[in-house]
Design a protein around this ligand. Sequence first.
Ligand code: ADP
Ligand code: MG
Length: 714
Amino acid sequence: MPRTQNVLAAQWSPNGEALGSLDLTIPANQVFGLNVFSPAVQRQRLPKPVYQQLQATLARGEAIDTSLADQIAAAMKDWAMEKGATHFTHWFQPLTGSTAEKHDSFFAPTGEGTAIADFSGKELIQGEPDASSFPTGGIRATFEARGYTAWDPTSPAFILENPNGAVLCIPTAFASWTGEALDNKIPLLRSMDALSKSAVRALRLFGDSAAARVFTTVGPEQEYFLIDEQYYFERPDLINTGRTLFGAKPPKGHELDDHYFGSIPERVLACMLDVERELAKLGVPIKTRHNEVAPAQYEVAPVFENSNVGCDHQQIVMQVLQQVARRYGLVALLHEKPFAGVNGSGKHNNWSMGTDTGDNLLEPGDTPHDNLQFLFFCQAVISAVNKHQALLRASIASAGQDHRLGANEAPPAIISIFLGAELLKVFEALESGSGEGGTDKGFLGLGTEVLPRLPMHGGDRNRTSPFAFTGNKFEFRALGSAQSLSLPNTVLNTIVAESLDALSDRLEKALEGGASLEEAVPAIVREAWSADKAVVFEGDNYSDEWHREAESRGLQNLRTTPDALPWLVEGQTVDVFSQYGVLSQRELEARYEVQVEQYVVKVNIEAETAASIARTMLLPAAVRHLELLRAAEVPALVDETSALVDEFVNAIHALEAANATHQGDEGSIAHAQYMRDTVLPAMDAVRDVADRLEKIVADDLWPLPKYEEMLFIK
Ligand code: ADP
Ligand code: MG
């Protein structure tokens, strides 16, 4: 019975009591933050002076001393053990883009054959996980081994539950013994500091003496697929690479648009509710959930948080999605392109800047003064994105992304900004001095003193733009679904810091020269706008005309990962990162090396998996089918099939040859180019024949679950 597994996949009964929504009037159901050592818990658990000292230290962004750490560690341990934790781990983000943990027991032997629970401030603050196998891009030779983790007190510790015990996770940074960053958190924190300094400096020029810190904020929208686990485990390609390397296009795709925002299947909703409950316990504030465009594709988005906590939480979201899905017999696919010909999954990175006094700096204001300031910060972003468009592109480059960007479902590899009609009108009026600011009152200093209130909320949207202004934030939409948010946000923070300083330099000079803000700011913004407006594009980013137009504007079109990555180490990248103390040249080179290597390794795993599936699963199926046709004596079909089988064998041989000897020095950019130019096309050629075979080989002989099964049976 060939279809049994489909029937099994479709049969699902509510697991546990997870269906339905909880009655939140029952205190036990209010789980938000239950497993987080949050400021509220700290206030309860720490002696008052200790708590106050901790908060004050954090507010000033200073390091925590050991005696303070000892008291915090003791409280944290007691809290965690009451919740069933037996172990703690320094939870960090190595350059692989995922998270790492090494568990240590709270219990230490006393020497008398017993053990006591012990957790000192020193253990809280610093760990030495060795961790010599993480990629370091040459910063740390394995013989020097030691890497250090350092507690990040600005991201709260949390408890990960498991049916058999719980673990206290302490967010940490990971550095080499020479102090170089080996992770994604350190540069992010450094970039947040840099942006804060530059933004506060600008705010002072606007007369704001209250704001002491500016935080960047991030609200990521995560897309993912859920498929039945039976199909997943029947597909070595999904297991090994996260995407299907074979699979003919199903008769039905997303053409009917019947999935987007459609009603959520019961099993999936049950899973989502459980995911959200687990995330709530971990203090991750989930806000929206819905079906996405592709069949079996969904999205989840939290309320935004400061970039550091938001990036940590995003890693937790990906982890929890994958763990909880299994409770429902589902597997969450986070790959950027799990199914060819079906929309892939991205991650929108909503980004803004907010002061510690509660103002969103990208929110158009109510007063002319506020709007001057808004235009100034907005222009800083436009100028930064224009100058560093290639670096932004590089910050989101990966093997998975190359199947998605520019494929008429995701923004192209060209970075441009969408402002929306209202805001664009404002900048254009400012530039032309026409006074036609899109409002009847005219526009700032051009016939009237009054800056119009910008009616931008709920304004128009352009889903094709990689970098769009959406009312009170910019939305960087080109991230891949599996990516860590850290690097793109590190880049954004750093380049905007630089651009703010460039504008502030000019403003400072003008103000010193006796100009008023109302005179100086429009002139400075106008000048910067004229220089950088080429990056602004309001039209359809998916169209061919845009590719031509972008080229004539001199915008970068870095189509593939090997094209983009070298921008991580370009001169202007090294300059801005070292000037702001975010990443040294050596640290950048290390990252570049790691990313190139990851690309090579990922494509290589795909290529070897493809060759093996083709030869050991698909070719035998095709040959058996051919035998059947021969036995049945249907010459027309025999000829057709045997021609395809020959073609398949040739394509497999070509792929195996491409896999056998690579060109380019191991892990070099030339090696990456070889993977792109030779290996990937050889894989595509094998797939092309395989997908045609899938359509003619007897269904009961075909060994891989088909697209229509994976995507539509839920
Ligand atoms: P859409 O799908 O229309 O883009 P969503 O509601 O799905 O909108 O997601 C919007 C995201 O933007 C949410 O994650 C939200 O938290 C985030 N966001 C809102 N304001 C800010 C801000 N000031 N800074 C960063 N992210 C923000
Ligand atoms: Mg969005």
